[in-house]
Design a protein around this ligand. Sequence first.
Ligand code: HH2
Length: 269
Amino acid sequence: MGIVNVTPDSFSDGGRFLDPEKALGHGMDLVAQGADILDVGAESTRPGASPVDADEELRRLIPLITSLAKRVPIPISVDTMKARVAQAAIDAGASIVNDVTALRFDPEMASVIARTGAGAVLMHMQGMPETMQQAPQYEDVVSEVCEFFAARVDAAEQAGIAKSHIVLDPGIGFGKLQDHNVQLLNRLSAFRGLNRPILVGVSRKAFLGKILDRPVEDRIWGTAAAVALAVDRGADILRVHDVAEMLDVVKVAAAMKAVAVSLKREGYA
Ligand code: HH2
C-alpha cells in the first residue's frame, strides 16, 4: 500500500504533495513502482497534529481521487475518520476506507461503509492524535489490541459490514510507547487467529528514529528491517512511502517465509 499524503503537516512528507498535480504524479509513480493499493490522506494523524475540517479534507482529496481513479488500475483507499469524506471519496472512485479510529470517531462511518460495500481498515489507537502520545498505558498491549479488534469486528458486522471486507491494523505509533510498538510488531502473529488480513504501517516512523537516532529522511533501512520482520510475523499489507524499495524487501521476506513454512510442515524446523 503506497502512501499519498495531501497534507501540509505529515510527519515525513508534509507539504511535498499538496499541489494536486504533484500528488497525482506521485500516486502514478507509486503504481509504476508496484503498489497494489494507494492510500490517499488529507489529514495528518502524527502525534500532536491538529484536526482538519471536513470541507478542507474534501477540497484536498476529491479532485485527486477523481483523477487517480480514472488513471490507475489498482484500488484506492481513503485515509479518513469522517463519514462525509469517506462517502464523497467512494463516489469519486475510492473502494476502501482506512479509518484510524476503527469506526469510533464518526457514528455514520459504519453505515457509509456498509451501504457502499467498501473495504474497511480498522486500526487500533489509544486516544486521539492530538494527545495520544502523552501517557499511553497497557497491561498487555498485544492482548488488549486483540480484544479491541474482536470488539470492532463485532461492531462493524452489526452495522452490516461483511467480515470479508475488514482488514485489521495494530496502529504502530498510535498511542504507544517504544516497547508497545516493538512488542506489537514482534508478536503480530497473535492477530492471525482473528482470520482477517493484517495491515502494518511502520514506514519512517518515530520508533525507528528512536532505535537509530536518525531523522525521518534517513529511516529507509530501518523501515526495511521492520517491514521484513512484519512479513515474517504475518503481515499481509504494508503501508509504505518507499514502494519500489519495500517491494523488494517484501518479495525476499515472503520468499523466505514460504520456505520456512514448508520446512516446518515437513518437520525440519
Ligand atoms: N499511519 C499513518 C497514517 N495512517 N493508517 C493505517 N491504517 N495505519 C498506519 O500505521 C497509519 C495510517 C501515519 O503515517 P503518515 O501518513 O505517513 O503520516 P501523517 O499521519 O503525519 O500524514
